[in-house]
Ligand binder design. Structure first.
Ligand SMILES: Cc1cc2nc3c(=O)[nH]c(=O)nc-3n(C[C@H](O)[C@H](O)[C@H](O)COP(=O)(O)OP(=O)(O)OC[C@H]3O[C@@H](n4cnc5c(N)ncnc54)[C@H](O)[C@@H]3O)c2cc1C
Length: 402
């Protein structure tokens, strides 16, 4: 059973992350929403502080770099870096999700490295900022359709292809690129490679203009005869047809709970702001009276809060399972599906409840409603998560249920 209290050892971390969200993120939130593509320089000092916190800690930090699947030696249950990371992310995204995505050295590529890299690779690439490049013009939801190729040439792999929608692609030091060693061998041949951002074979094509998370840069690249050392392949170079996509997919088991945590943070921010606004308008939410007997706005608020709590609990569960080395693909997808959808519903529902106050640019509710949608799209859309859940529950393969 999960203890639903925040573990005592994580309370200081959650409280520090909340302080950062309140004192650093919120005050510059609107500024970098308006100044799309400008780097939030305030984050440099903050990132150094978080690095320092991580170095002195055995529980992982508030950012995404610390997630790793471990099992305790004595078989006991533990609350580890996945859970602490999720708790930190919830607080920071309560502040601003676009700024969290722009935090140096805390990219989803860092989580991918932490999830599957060897100790030697961790040593080599530790301390760098890594973005994640899976999506291509012809491969979005269906990541098995990836066309970027990686050919071994002596001691190097040569990468060729196109990658689009790479979060932090322009700002990160490293890009974790998914490519196939042999298209005829299907999904088992897809591996991830670390490409240094200044590699001459990696050409930035453009930065996207977006609906939300405008503080975060989203880059499109061409890889042309892009050479990387053999050691840049993450995990095993063997193409194990029996294992299929499992190796590459392992990353998602760690990263989906993190994106779910981002959604939980935005949903909580929207709910808290709305509770304040309702109170100002004389509407109190009463937990001792049935929702149906309350003001319609309070009843709607309670409905949204219940959804939020379900998303929060699923997210904690998925992270906790990763901390304890338990298979969590099902729970990671359930958490991502529930939190992504809830975040969008709650953010828009809060705009609705607050009326013109929620819609205006003077308030952050309007921004959160725009930021929310991406959390239901990237790292696997709502529909894809539901497909994964259905496959797992029905015991069907991806060929049987697509
Ligand atoms: C701001 C932003 C940042 C991003 N960051 C990254 C990043 O850092 N790295 C990266 O690799 N990618 C990133 N992405 C890409 C993102 O992961 C993809 O957009 C997402 O996976 C969906 O792919 P697609 O856009 O090609 O949509 P499609 O796959 O074309 O899907 C279109 C619609 O069809 C639905 N659909 C597709 N297949 C099925 C099915 N079998 N059953 C039911 N419905 C289905 C989808 O759910 C979706 O609603 C980012 C995207 C955005 C917008």
């Amino acid at each position: 059973m999960i203890n639903l209290e925040i573990p005592k050892k994580f309370k200081p971390l959650a409280s520090q992350a909340n302080q950062v969200a309140t004192e650093v993120f919120r005050p510059i939130s609107r500024k970098y929403d308006e100044a799309e593509h400008a780097y939030p320089k305030e984050l440099d000092m903050l990132a150094s502080l978080i690095d320092g916190m991580n170095e002195g800690s055995d529980i992982g930090g508030a950012g995404a770099a610390g997630v790793r699947r471990e099992k305790s030696d004595d078989g006991s249950n533990r609350n580890g870096s996945n859970l602490s990371t999720v708790l930190g992310i919830i607080e920071l995204c309560w502040g601003d999700v676009g700024l969290l995505l722009s935090m140096p050295r805390q990219g989803l590529g860092n989580s991918a490295i932490a999830s599957v890299a060897t100790e030697e690779q961790l040593e080599r690439y530790g301390g760098k900022w890594a973005a994640m490049a899976i999506t291509e013009p012809e491969a979005g939801s269906d990541s098995a359709a990836i066309r970027t190729t990686a050919e071994l040439d002596g001691d190097e792999y040569v990468l060729n292809g196109e990658k689009i929608f790479v979060t932090s692609g322009d700002r990160a030091d490293l890009i974790v690129v998914w490519a196939t060693l042999d298209r005829s061998k299907g999904r088992a041949a897809i591996k991830s490679f670390i490409v240094e951002r200044d590699n001459p074979g990696l050409k930035l094509d453009r930065l996207e203009h977006k609906l939300g998370i405008r503080a975060s840069d989203t880059a499109n690249f061409t890889l042309q005869d892009c050479r990387v050392p053999k050691e840049a392949l993450l995990g095993s170079p063997e193409v194990n047809v029996k294992e299929g996509f499992a190796g590459a997919m392992q990353t998602f088991d760690n990263t989906r709970p993190l994106v779910a945590a981002m959604a939980v943070g935005v949903a909580r921010a929207s709910l808290e702001e709305t509770r304040t606004r309702l109170a100002e308008a004389g509407v109190e939410v009463d937990y001792s009276t049935p929702a149906l007997c309350q003001h319609a706005a309070a009843a709607r608020f309670l409905e949204m809060e219940a959804d939020y709590e379900a998303a929060w609990l699923l997210t904690l569960q998925a992270a906790w399972m990763a901390d304890n080395g338990r298979p969590n693909s099902l729970q990671a997808s359930m958490a991502k599906a529930k939190a992504g959808r809830t975040c969008v519903d709650v953010a828009l529902g809060c705009v609705e409840l607050c009326g013109s106050v929620g819609y205006g640019e003077n308030e952050l509710l309007e921004k959160w409603a725009r930021d929310a949608k991406i959390l239901d799209i990237f790292e696997g859309t709502q529909q894809i998560q539901l497909l994964i859940v259905a496959r797992q529950l029905l015991g069907k393969s991806s060929a049987e249920l697509r």
